[in-house]
Design a protein around this ligand. Structure first.
Ligand code: HEC
Ligand code: HEC
Ligand code: HEC
Ligand code: HEC
Length: 430
């Protein structure tokens, strides 16, 4: 594989994604292995990534550009929108209704805007949500060692106390989370994700490159729950990737799982959504056009005549030229930023309305219970507030403030608001 060919296929890939070729819909990306060969340090295509060695240490030396840009994710202060970026601000400052809706779960103790990958392990160790009973399942998406831990212990690690691992040295997210270090191919390592694909009959060997690119992100940026007792990580995708499909899955009480917490005002058993970025993205126009997460979050950079992928994964708005504008060549940065702002501000307003309607429903159920409302009405209202909060949280806990799929986000928020009002109507016997 020579460098000019790599550059050619990149240009072709972008043209295809923009619908300029008859093959629109597939991002004609090459495998990471081929790209790694293209920039093999020796310049000899045949040496490839294997020559680099199959340890993270060897990779950091062999691929200094990727290592350097990856390490930069430790730095905060990058430009994002008012809703994104890398500063760990508390989400409740934007949305005080979180205090009511997450009363009864550790998210009301601490729920910050996320930071970069290099900080994931430290943020886990430092989190005020972590205590003596926190299971090691929580580290599944925070360390590059997960492949090795799973190979050694299987799922038995998941129910061990997290403190057994945080007392040891473990790296944050590393090259090994996304690459097979011996072949260079992109490859997800998260065991629950691989199992979820297998249940859908998807074998990793037969996945096309653009899909694999989304999968390496999806393995962590997606909804899951911990199976009771074993604490295995399970994705609720057997019926599809939408909020409705996941809700239906949980209503089937998989392995006896009833919910994540009881909201103490309404006494309703609630579900907590966990950043369903992949699911939300899958409902959007970019996924439908074959655009992968990396196209927007990992810009291509010309490093001395060789096109490489920036591993400084962050908000695309911090590098709009290298991301959005690589495809939308007929638009300028201001136009693209304004489209993001219109979407995010609209979704944010709807999200506030929905979140406040849910909070009001919790309060109304508490008041009705105190006033001796009939048990059947209370039960109906509790079920409705559970469902309402699910649709709200699906959007609120996902990143991007609706940009990944504006129509789906607004649809889910409309559903949340409607269900929250229906919960209050149920109290009145309506
Ligand atoms: C078409 C471009 C595009 C694609 C494709 C895309 N995103 Fe995003 N993403 C965005 C934009 C725009 C934002 C909002 C950034 C901001 O608010 O500053 C965002 C925000 C995020 C954030 C929060 C970033 C922050 O600064 O806090 C995460 C995490 C994220 N996306 C993950 C993903 C994952 C995972 C995928 C694939 C499953 C994906 N994105 C696909 C454009 C994209
Ligand atoms: C979060 C996932 C992720 C992590 C972590 C990651 N990579 Fe990558 N890497 C990618 C993606 C996505 C591509 C682009 C592949 C494509 O376009 O087909 C890529 C491409 C590459 C390439 C091919 C050349 C290029 O720049 O496009 C090399 C070399 C590479 N990564 C090295 C590394 C090294 C070294 C590390 C650890 C410091 C690392 N990667 C960590 C996802 C990741
Ligand atoms: C091993 C799990 C894992 C993988 C794989 C992974 N992420 Fe992340 N990602 C995280 C975690 C955890 C955080 C939050 C870290 C924190 O706040 O300490 C995060 C944060 C982010 C952020 C926010 C960065 C910021 O500065 O605010 C973006 C954007 C993002 N990821 C995109 C991606 C994309 C795109 C991919 C695939 C190329 C990907 N992630 C793959 C776990 C992962
Ligand atoms: C890899 C190429 C690619 C990248 C990167 C990309 N887009 Fe797109 N974008 C597309 C394609 C393809 C469509 C679908 C419309 C079409 O085919 O003309 C699209 C559609 C859109 C639309 C119209 C949405 C709708 O509902 O019809 C907007 C707005 C947009 N993109 C903004 C952005 C922004 C902002 C970014 C960066 C965060 C971005 N795009 C990154 C390829 C891309």
């Amino acid at each position: 594989m020579t460098i000019p060919m790599k550059t050619l296929t990149l240009a072709f890939g972008l043209a295809a994604a923009l619908g300029l070729c008859s093959c629109a819909g597939t991002r004609a990306g090459e495998t990471a292995a081929a790209e790694i060969e293209a920039i093999a340090p020796s310049g000899d295509a045949s040496s490839g990534a294997t020559a680099a060695g199959d340890t993270v240490e060897a990779w950091l030396i062999a691929y200094p550009f990727q290592a350097r840009t990856d390490a930069l994710t430790a730095e905060g202060g990058r430009g994002g929108s008012a809703y994104g970026g890398s500063e760990p601000f508390a989400r409740r400052e934007l949305m005080p209704e979180l205090d009511v809706n997450f009363k009864g779960i550790a998210f009301s103790v601490e729920y910050n805007e996320d930071r970069g990958h290099a900080s994931a392990w430290k943020d886990l160790v430092m989190s005020r949500r972590v205590n003596a009973s926190t299971p090691a399942a929580c580290m599944t998406c925070k360390t590059g060692d997960i492949g090795e831990v799973f190979a050694e212990k299987g799922w038995s690690y998941a129910s061990m106390p997290l403190s057994a691992f945080t007392a040891e040295e473990h790296p944050s997210i590393t090259c090994a989370n996304c690459h097979d270090l011996s072949t260079g191919h992109l490859e997800p390592k998260q065991p629950g994700f691989i199992e979820a694909l297998a249940r859908q009959g998807i074998e990793l060997d037969s996945v096309p490159a653009d899909r694999m690119s989304a999968y390496v992100c999806a393995q962590c940026h997606s909804e899951y729950y911990f199976e009771p007792v074993t604490r295995r990580v399970v994705h609720p995708w057997d019926g599809g990737l939408s909020a409705a499909a996941a809700y239906a899955y949980y209503q089937g009480q998989p392995s006896g799982f009833l919910g994540d917490f009881t909201q103490p005002d309404s006494s309703a058993m609630m579900l907590k959504a966990q950043h369903p970025d992949y699911e939300e993205y899958s409902a959007g126009v970019h996924a439908a056009a074959g655009v992968a997460c990396a196209d927007c979050h990992m810009g291509k950079v010309d490093d001395g005549g060789v096109i490489k992928t920036s591993h400084r994964i962050a908000s695309p708005l911090s590098n709009i030229e290298g991301t959005c504008m690589a495809c939308h060549t007929d638009r300028d940065a201001a136009w693209l930023r304004s489209r993001v702002a219109v979407i995010q501000d609209t979704v944010f307003a709807a999200q506030r309305d929905a979140g406040q309607a849910v909070a009001a429903a919790h309060g109304a159920i508490a008041a009705a219970a105190a006033a001796g409302s009939p048990a059947a009405r209370l039960a109906a209202a509790r079920l409705l507030v559970r469902e309402a909060q699910w649709y709200w949280d699906w959007v609120a806990s996902a990143n991007s403030m609706g940009f990944h799929a504006p129509v789906a986000a607004l649809g889910n928020l409309a559903k949340a608001t409607d269900l929250a009002h229906k919960a209050r109507l149920a109290l009145a016997g309506q």
